[in-house]
Design a protein around this ligand. Structure first.
Ligand code: SF4
Length: 531
């Protein structure tokens, strides 16, 4: 994201006191730096970068898989709604990453450290009353994992470089995509392509494809990881590279991986389709003769990053994309969608759902994710009663941790979280609590699928990265238990026509298994194993 450069107020004569030994010493004021960080984080919470919108729009046009096209339509419409409403693209508003290049001719007018100023910017952004962002950071990951309430601290990288400006690249990285980060120490003669193609299918769809892959090659273990992350800050330009042709080994590898990863057929949200990645980025660094460190980090449907430079003339101003940058895509539930009354749901009705069926949920939907599941299962295993108002018999649960509402909103953006984290609780929730349907994002693992089949339940998938769109289907919300867990409390939502897809049916058939296999065969560039 480029910065609209303000008119320079810098003096033009070398007699100015900041002109020392032939170059300027730029003074960066505390408030300018903090407010620039805060503004940029607010900005990226609701504006996708234009290159991402363009690439996703083109992928939507090319897509031939109907479920994947439907998911992309939801993400594009969600993107436009967020831009118009200035509300987050996703309920997971991310962990803040900041890459700073600080010029050696820069001096600071501040009583705070650079990191303290960055964190003050994060604090202001995430608690902004007009657009509260979800605080997701917990301190002491080994301890009580207490939420810091303002999304601090950020993860900050500093580089001191020649020059008299401060260059800032920042991102809000979703936890679902971060959780799929991979690293390997290959032998120099090993194939990076083979490792990537073997690894991507193990990542499932919890990283909310389509997105980008950042790959760091060389250096040491930690250097490769940082490069993989940093590479994701660059704009999407694979089609320009395709047109120009590769001139370096890294560019050759980008093109090869782009084609072969998409040939895996994983598709949007893992439903099977032509586009899994919109670009593959690579950064490399010299390494030890015996090593080939390779790190791979995906970026999700909520790709959020900005870039600005401070030159001492005031805070950065980011240029908002024009609404004409969004493709003219309007998502609506297809005529074949099945309306479901959650208040009178029966196991017999659930048993009739087929994999890939599109459902519109209506009625009362309980929520719960990691922390709530842990407490519920602890209570059930001790034979204790669930909290008053929490009755899962013949009910559906939604794995979600919504953003707090603002203004007259019932709830803030409320998209699904990664379901596999709830797999280990599924047997107890189906077998003892009486649940018959679950709503989340991406695939289920073998343990959960076995329980779904055993109890004749179903798993329904909502689109990760379409949180603001989904929240419009929630007409009422109240906390019914575990209020102390904040966004992880158990809510009861009243939903109207909430769109979901049957991802695992009562017989245990999973669209995340069948969809990619089918599209890998159709694309026909990777051998498909015969089951
Ligand atoms: S799009 Fe998916 S992975 Fe990305 S922040 Fe949202 S839920 Fe997380």
């Amino acid at each position: 994201m480029s910065r609209k450069r303000p008119v320079s107020r810098r003096p033009s004569t070398s007699s100015h006191p900041n002109f020392i030994k032939g170059s300027y010493v730029t003074t960066i004021a505390k408030e300018d730096f903090i407010q620039s960080i805060a503004n940029a984080l607010q900005f990226i919470s609701y504006y996708h970068p234009p290159d991402f919108i363009k690439a996703l729009g083109e992928a939507y046009e090319r897509e031939e898989s109907e479920p994947a096209r439907d998911a992309m339509a939801q993400i594009l419409m969600n993107s436009r709604m967020s831009a118009e409403g200035h509300r987050p693209l996703c309920q997971d508003t991310g962990i803040v990453l900041v890459f700073l290049k600080i010029g050696m001719q820069v001096q600071w007018e501040t009583d705070m450290s650079v990191d303290e100023m960055v964190n003050e910017g994060v604090r202001r952004a995430y608690t902004h009353p007009d657009n509260i962002l979800r605080a997701s950071i917990v301190d002491s990951p080994l301890g009580a994992r207490k939420n810091t309430r303002d999304n601090t601290p950020a993860v900050i990288y500093h580089e001191v470089v020649p020059g008299d400006t401060v260059d800032v690249r920042l991102a809000a990285k979703g936890g679902g995509s971060e959780a799929k980060s991979k690293f390997v120490m290959l032998n120099p003669s090993d194939s990076i392509v083979d490792w990537v193609l073997a690894t991507i299918p193990t990542m499932g769809a919890g990283w909310c494809p389509p997105g980008m892959l950042g790959i760091g090659i060389g250096g040491s273990a930690e250097k490769a990881m940082v490069m993989a992350k940093e590479s994701l800050m660059d704009p999407i330009n694979i089609h320009e590279l395709t047109a120009k042709g590769a001139e370096t080994p890294a560019e050759e590898l980008r093109l090869e991986l782009f084609e072969k990863v998409n040939a895996l057929g994983i598709g949007a949200q893992g439903l099977g389709g032509l586009t899994t990645v919109l670009d593959v980025k690579i950064m490399e660094y010299p390494t030890h003769a015996v090593s080939l460190p390779v790190a791979m980090i995906p970026n999700c449907a909520a790709t959020r990053h900005a870039h600005f430079t401070l030159d001492g003339t005031g805070p950065a101003m980011l240029e908002a994309p024009s609404l004409s940058d969004w493709p003219d895509v309007t998502w609506s539930a297809g005529a074949s969608s099945i309306r479901v009354d959650l208040d009178n749901l029966t196991p017999q009705e659930v048993a009739q759902w087929q994999p890939g069926d599109r459902l519109l949920l209506n009625g009362k939907l309980l929520t719960g994710r990691d922390a709530a599941h842990k407490r519920l299962v602890d209570l059930l295993e001790k034979g204790e009663a669930l909290p008053p108002g929490v009755d899962f018999r013949n009910r559906a649960i939604y794995y979600v941790g919504p953003v707090d509402p603002v203004g007259d909103e019932v709830v803030g953006p409320a998209g699904p979280t990664t379901s596999t984290r709830m797999d280990k609780f599924t047997e107890t929730m189906l077998g003892q609590a009486g649940l018959i349907a679950m709503v989340g994002k991406a695939e289920r693992g073998p343990v959960a699928i076995e329980s779904i089949q055993k109890h004749g339940a179903a798993y329904l998938m909502a689109v990760g990265g379409a949180a603001y769109l989904v929240s419009k289907a929630i007409k009422a919300s109240r906390v019914v238990a575990f209020e102390d867990l904040g966004m992880e409390a158990i809510y009861e939502f009243e939903v109207r026509d909430m769109p979901v897809t049957v991802a695992v049916d009562a017989r245990g058939e999973s669209v995340h298994r069948t969809g990619p296999k089918k599209w890998q065969g159709i694309i026909g560039k990777i051998p498909v194993e015969v089951a």
